[in-house]
Write a protein that binds this ligand. Structure first.
Ligand code: 3YP
Ligand code: ZN
Length: 370
């Protein structure tokens, strides 16, 4: 079993600057400068733990490349690409679209390396060079829409990689599972009317984007039934997430029978995250990954490529990331030192109000391809 791994130091150079966490700092309104939430450290520290733990020696290193204009334009408008490219030339860079998503000078090239890094991971999986792969990239991608970036995302890395798999590698059916705590609206929008791409987003109910990711968003036209949303209540822990995985994701993937599974892997559903209120532990992430691998083995010869999205706890993301990649690779190294505390929180077992949402989402599964 071989697991591919994409990382490049350049991803740490994506410069979101100082801000009041989310907003541009402004002393006149009391917003003191600090690092932007989406700064290099969570991801850089995850990479360094992968190296220091020795896991790196068990992985197939995949070198990222830049996505081409043609590849980006399969998902984005020429105007969006041109605007990012133009702002990238400015001395202080620009913003991907919503004012929350700053990038520094040269940010265009880092964003194309992120999208191309996910493409490289997908190529390695589809060609059989590796069994599965993890792309640890920045900036993230799942919020980006055809004509704008948003929510820290510049280009839709996963959507671009999925389109590449179909256009250049002959892959026909793709399931995209998004367990970032925020709704994967951009990925969903890219394939909303497409019956050959199933998108499933598990997210905290109504966090970001506002009013996005309701259970009623189910796809349209030929793609009706092929978008599934599971808006989990705040406070959902390992038990609730595993129930959603078993009742919705695994059954949906079985029914859809994809040739490839892509994962928008955010670690902001972790119990330590400052931007959301879910309770996943590294053990939860480990089990989610294992269950997805089991269904992937049944339907698509185990082909899974994951792409890093959010996750803002610089101390905990590395251990959650290690758990996911160890599982992909069938390895085990350092124990998560936080686990005794994190798994001791009350409420990890499935709660009735969580089950109600998950059971409602499970009713959508027979609508896939119906
Ligand atoms: C974007 C602005 C407020 C919340 C933030 C979410 C970014 C993220 O992790 N998306 O997956
Ligand atoms: Zn997120």
């Amino acid at each position: 079993m071989a697991t591919g791994y994409v990382y490049h130091e350049m991803f740490g150079w994506h410069d979101t600057g100082t801000s009041g966490g989310l907003f541009p700092s402004d002393p006149r309104t009391g917003i003191q400068p600090l690092a932007h939430f989406e700064n290099a450290e969570t991801k850089r520290r995850m990479h360094e733990l992968i190296v220091v733990s020795g896991l790196i020696d068990q992985l197939e290193r995949i070198v990222p490349r830049h996505a081409s204009e043609e590849e980006i334009l399969r998902v984005h408008t020429p105007e969006h690409l041109a605007r990012i490219r133009t702002e990238s030339e400015l001395p202080k860079g620009g913003d991907a679209g919503d004012g929350f998503s700053p990038f520094g000078r040269g940010g265009y090239e880092i964003a194309t390396l992120a999208a191309g890094g996910v493409i490289a991971a997908v190529d390695a999986v589809v060609s059989g060079v590796v069994d599965n792969a993890y792309a640890l990239v920045r900036p993230p991608g799942h919020h980006a829409l055809a004509d704008t970036g948003m929510g820290f995302c510049t280009f839709g890395n996963i959507a671009i990689a999925a389109e590449h798999a179909r256009a250049a590698r002959g892959v026909e059916r793709i399931a995209i599972v998004d367990w970032d705590v925020h709704h994967g609206n951009g990925t969903q929008a890219a394939f909303y009317d497409d019956p050959d791409v199933l998108t499933i987003s598990l997210h905290q109910d109504n966090v970001f984007p506002p009013a996005s990711g309701a259970i009623s968003e189910r796809g349209k036209g030929a793609g009706e039934g092929c978008s599934i949303n599971v808006p989990l209540p705040a406070g959902t822990g390992d038990g609730g997430y595993l129930h959603a995985m078993d009742q919705v994701v695994v059954t949906a993937v079985h029914r859809f029978h994809p040739d490839l599974i892509l994962v928008a892997c955010g670690f902001d559903a972790s119990v330590m995250d400052p931007l959301a209120r879910q309770m996943l532990t590294s053990s939860g992430y480990r089990q989610l990954t294992q269950r997805l691998m089991d269904v992937a083995q049944e339907v698509c010869d185990g082909r899974i490529a994951m792409s890093h999205e959010g996750g803002y706890s610089p101390v905990y993301v590395p251990f959650c990331g290690l758990a996911v990649i160890e599982t992909l690779a069938g390895e085990k190294s350092f124990a998560d030192p936080f686990l005794p505390i994190a798994s001791g929180y009350a409420g990890h077992d499935l709660q009735a109000h969580q089950k109600a949402v998950i059971d409602a989402a499970a009713l959508l599964v027979p609508g896939i391809g119906a």
